[in-house]
Ligand binder design. Structure first.
Ligand SMILES: *[C@@H]1O[C@H](CO)[C@@H](O)[C@H](O)[C@H]1NC(C)=O
Ligand SMILES: *[C@@H]1O[C@H](CO)[C@@H](O)[C@H](O)[C@H]1NC(C)=O
Ligand SMILES: *[C@@H]1O[C@H](CO)[C@@H](O)[C@H](O)[C@H]1NC(C)=O
Ligand SMILES: [Zn+2]
Length: 975
């Protein structure tokens, strides 16, 4: 239908104004000159060489003498506010909300009013605005969205629209993921600034004047939904050389007094004009940006600002005196971006990502993909647990953290998780005591969420208690001991959206002589015995099981299903109806994998190897001394365990490396549970241990890795899509981040390995695939952390790490869907918790207690996942996502748009009002507007968002939609 012309007119009148909103306070520029935008900024790591508290310098949490040891973020914020008030043209940009929000809480009302005014006038601008500047290689997209939401909603609550950041500012992360660009675009950012890109990439871009372009963050979402304007800064995030005027720098201040022996105004101005002209040669418009600041700068902000005041005055004076065409001004990243947008150029489009990152030959920042594997795993299970806690809170609403048990809540874990996303936290690149502190923060966050763990006041338990029975989760008397228990219920809480078979190994909680009824089987291993449990829980709900001791009998001598079968025969095989894995009887190594449903047989060898580290290796840098990895052992000691519920091949490769290859009934994947460490010192600079799969697949140098657990990117050995690579490190230079999966395919058969945490991975020869599981280094790279990556562990011998790889073999056509669904289940695995029993078994007919609960009245379509459900700010925050990409499901219709209704979907509440927001929940969807850029590809028409009807929500492939819902509770009907 034709749009009435008066409406068009209205659109023309309204739209440009709307687009300019937020940029109104930008400084005046000179259109006929080269404008140099000076951006005064500080980079505040949320933990690195020091802990978060140490960097903040918080009297409340630190004791003398660490308190107030420079650098201190409180000094920075105090002194910047003073300096901004001293001169109205000065501007400053601040980034990390973990620090700012803490500082804000400690300010008096008068200071807050002043700061609000500075923000309103654009003199203090927020960029990025997440809780932290997150790492991009080792983070999961759900956790990125959570941490950005926390920071951006703080800004929204505190400053309203004035505090809204317009640009993303990822100046320090060591490489950049495409998913990050997509997420930022969906959060409403107008552009992103990057500091670190590969040195060859940067050189190529400088020559081609391609430092700025449009980055297309998704191959599924309709452009420009995931398009993000991207600007690569000229100098990482530092000032040009010779122009650094912080107390942490050594450049002489600007001296104008001609009589002074230190007079240098002339030479400073000349140097600046040179630098500016040089830089302008690499950029396309008559605007350039210079970052005037660095790590923890501006503790004494006057130093910086007074010199910048002089520089600006002296340089601009040359316009009159010398006819200079260079105009320099205080500006901000957003105001610089706004000028680029007004230039109305057509920009090239980037479709790949910025991994891996090398800042010079041989110096690849690909070690941190795997550094500190235990912390990486702790972060991942904490993500899982936070979602359980969120969902239980959401299902019970205000009840969850009120009432007699209601002291705790999910906020501490949410903040701890946000901190963990920082680019020196989950990345594994902080010092040891800082890494310990990150783990401490997570542990402290778990407490208030814990189900029957921490005692009274835990959210999950009071929520569950309310939905089932007050006695479900009695406060555990810590003096009681498990051996005296006659029975205890096991509760599973699963927050995924489809029923799930749950094999759980929970040795800690059981003693060997407990025999069990119902769904439980004791698997007999040497030490310690383990409880194997197969149960299921409904969507977004839980099931309760009880364990009862029926005979006091040692299972070692008991029934036949407990007898391990030592391998005596010539074949070593574990198999079920779908999968068969054959092991070499001489070496004990896996030698063949079969998918019986598809009649696919693949010769495959899996073993552990290690790279000998070199002098240049460190927490960041992977720099193997030689290209060949050495085997941990050519063969393994092996034994076979077969019970009714599991078949296992136990492999021991060395004193510090072993593995259990496991197959459950009905399962299509093989589970490889590896245990590596403590890595012994011996000689050299350290060891970087990998698990490698060698197959006969013809893969033509290609392999595939996920981007932050979401879309898949193709990788090619010794190749970069946008420049001619001069490969200086054939191993480290081919490593890519793996957050959830890596695969190889010959076009017909696909071999996928799913990980349980972020790891580095590669395919260094055709048919081969490897993942780095652990690393321990006696060398130190030159990237600043200044400490060996030794991870001493409790006994100082080094950390032992355990993890799982799930291996799947399928046709390439079928693999995409099945492997993605399994990957999602890995990230959001069921949580199993234990509670006291006593009395009658829970399955007893006389026992009326609820043993099952679901938060959903009906199942969601398989393609749709509930990414977020949490209670906060008096509303319910819901995120629904389509979890498949365009074309991913070539056999079925999983990749089609998907409709669902939210009406009467949830069992404990009814949605009464629904409002859609941008991805970080800080802007209403219909009022958010982004700057339009002209990519030099065929213009794609943006499908306008349809109006909101909670009865029919449509999700396009890979789309995430975010809602704030008002609800009416109907708990009564459920309890
Ligand atoms: C931007 O450029 C296009 C052509 O490249 C032109 O049609 C359009 O009018 C320009 N817009 C503005 C605001 O200058
Ligand atoms: C559950 O919450 C409801 C609503 O607040 C409350 O009335 C009820 O007493 C709670 N039930 C239990 C068992 O705590
Ligand atoms: C590749 O890089 C190395 C190391 O910087 C250099 O010595 C060599 O000349 C480069 N080769 C080419 C073809 O540019
Ligand atoms: Zn940093």
């Amino acid at each position: 239908p034709q749009i009435p012309s008066f409406l068009l007119l209205l659109l023309l009148l309204v739209v440009p104004e709307a687009r300019a909103s937020g940029y109104k306070t930008c400084p005046k520029v000179k259109p006929d000159m080269l404008n140099v935008h000076l951006v005064a900024h500080t980079h505040n790591d949320v933990g690195w060489l020091k802990t978060v508290d140490q960097y903040f310098c918080d009297a409340a949490t630190l004791k003398a003498p660490t308190w107030k040891t420079s650098p201190c973020v409180v000094n920075i914020l105090d002194s910047v506010v003073q300096a901004l008030l001293g001169e109205p043209t000065r501007r400053f940009v601040y980034v990390e909300m973990a620090f700012f929000s803490r500082w804000w809480r400690q300010q008096r009302e008068t200071t807050r009013e002043v700061v609000k005014e500075l923000v309103k006038q654009g003199r203090l601008e927020f960029a990025n605005g997440g809780w932290v500047m997150n790492d991009e290689a080792t983070t999961h997209y759900g956790a990125i969205v959570d941490q950005m939401t926390l920071g951006l909603c703080f800004l929204e609550d505190t400053f309203g629209k004035d505090g809204l950041p317009h640009v993303a500012w990822h100046i320090d992360p060591f490489g950049h993921s495409r998913e990050q660009a997509s997420l930022f675009a969906q959060m409403g950012f107008d552009g992103i600034f990057l500091g670190r890109i590969d040195y060859q990439d940067k050189y190529t871009r400088e020559v081609a004047q391609e430092m700025e372009q449009v980055w297309r963050g998704s191959t599924s979402l309709q452009p420009p939904t995931a398009d993000l304007f991207t600007s690569v800064l000229p100098n990482n995030y530092d000032p040009p050389s010779g122009l650094c005027w912080d107390i942490r720098c050594h450049d002489p201040p600007v001296v104008e007094d001609l009589g002074s022996p230190n007079y240098n105004a002339d030479s400073v101005v000349a140097h600046f004009l040179n630098v500016a002209a040089d830089q302008a040669g690499h950029y396309r418009t008559n605007h350039i940006i210079m970052t005037m600041g660095s790590d923890f700068h501006y503790e004494q902000a006057q130093n910086w600002f007074e010199n910048l005041d002089k520089l600006i005055r002296l340089v601009n004076a040359q316009q009159q005196t010398k006819g200079s065409r260079i105009h320099v001004l205080y500006s901000t990243p957003a105001c610089y971006l706004w000028e680029l947008n007004k230039a109305n150029l057509s920009w090239s489009v980037k479709q790949d990502d910025f991994f891996p990152y090398a800042d010079r030959p041989h110096n690849f920042w690909t070690g941190y993909f795997s550094s500190r594997p235990a912390l990486k795993r702790y972060e991942r299970i904490s993500y899982n647990f936070l979602q359980v806690c969120n969902q239980l809170e959401a299902l019970t609403g205000p009840v969850a953290n009120a009432g007699p048990y209601g002291l705790g809540d999910s906020a501490p874990l949410r903040e701890a998780m946000a901190v963990l996303q920082h680019h020196d936290a989950v990345s594994g690149t902080s010092r040891q005591h800082v890494a310990d502190d990150y783990a401490r923060q997570l542990a402290a966050g778990w407490g208030p969420c814990e189900v029957c763990g921490a005692g009274p006041g835990d959210v999950a338990s009071s929520a569950v208690r309310n939905m089932s029975h007050p006695r479900l989760c009695p406060i555990i008397n810590l003096s009681s001991k498990y051996p005296h228990l006659k029975s205890f219920p096991i509760m599973t809480v699963f927050h995924g959206l489809d029923p799930f078979l749950l094999p759980t190994l929970a040795s800690v909680f059981l003693l060997p002589w407990h025999q069990v009824v119902d769904h439980l089987v004791l698997s007999s291993r040497e030490h310690p015995p383990e409880l194997l449990f197969t149960g299921s829980a409904p969507a977004l709900g839980f099931s309760i099981y009880s364990v009862t001791q029926v005979h006091k009998q040692n299972p070692q001598t008991g029934s036949s299903w407990l007898n391990p079968q030592k391998s005596q025969s010539s074949v070593l095989v574990i198999e079920n109806e779908h999968t068969r894995a054959v092991f070499d009887t001489h070496t004990g190594l896996l030698k063949e994998l079969e998918n019986r449903d598809k009649k696919l047989v693949l010769p495959i060898r899996q073993a552990f190897f290690w790279y000998n580290a070199s002098k240049g290796s460190g927490a960041y840098i992977f720099a193997p001394e030689k290209l060949d990895a050495l085997p941990v052992s050519l063969s393994s000691e092996t034994h076979l365990v077969k019970t009714a519920l599991v078949q296992e091949v136990h492999q021991k490769f060395s004193a510090w490396c072993s593995q259990v290859v496991r197959l459950y009934p009905g399962q299509r994947h093989l589970e490889l549970e590896w245990t590596v460490g403590p890595i012994p010192p011996e000689i050299g600079f350290g060891k970087e241990v990998i698990s490698r799969f060698d197959t006969t697949l013809e893969t033509h140098g290609r392999f595939y890795t996920d981007s932050n657990g979401r879309e898949i990117l193709e990788r090619r050995r010794d190749y970069r899509p946008t420049w001619n690579l001069n490969q200086t490190e054939p191993v480290a230079g081919n490593y890519y981040p793996v957050n959830s999966r890596i695969y190889i395919t010959d076009g017909n058969i696909q071999l996928t390995v799913l990980t349980d945490r972020s790891q580095g991975g590669s395919s260094l020869s055709d048919g081969s695939l490897e993942l780095m599981v652990h690393r321990r280094l006696w060398s130190v790279d030159g990237c600043g952390v200044g400490e060996q990556l030794l991870e001493p562990g409790k006994d100082l011998k080094g950390l032992q790490v355990r993890g799982r790889h799930l291996v799947l073999l399928d046709t390439t056509q079928a693999a995409a869907v099945g492997h993605r669904l399994l990957a999602e289940k890995e990230v959001l695995a069921p949580q199993v918790v234990f509670a006291h029993g006593g009395g009658a078994p829970w399955t007893h007919p006389g026992n009326r207690r609820r043993t099952q609960f679901s938060g959903l009245r009906r199942e969601l379509p398989l393609a749709v996942r509930l990414l977020t459900a949490r209670w906060g700010r008096r509303t319910l925050l819901l995120r629904l996502e389509h979890q498949f990409a365009v074309g991913e499901d070539s056999e079925g219709n999983m990749s089609s748009p998907c409709d669902l209704g939210l009406e009467n979907l949830f069992s404990t509440f009814t949605i009464t009002h629904l409002k859609e927001t941008t991805l970080a929940a800080n802007q209403p969807w219909d009022r958010a507007s982004r700057l339009q850029w002209t990519p030099n590809t065929d213009p794609d028409l943006h499908t306008p968002a349809s109006s909101l009807d909670s009865a029919a929500i449509t999700l396009q492939p890979m789309e995430i939609r975010t809602f704030l819902a008002s609800v009416r509770w109907n708990l009564r009907g459920v309890v």
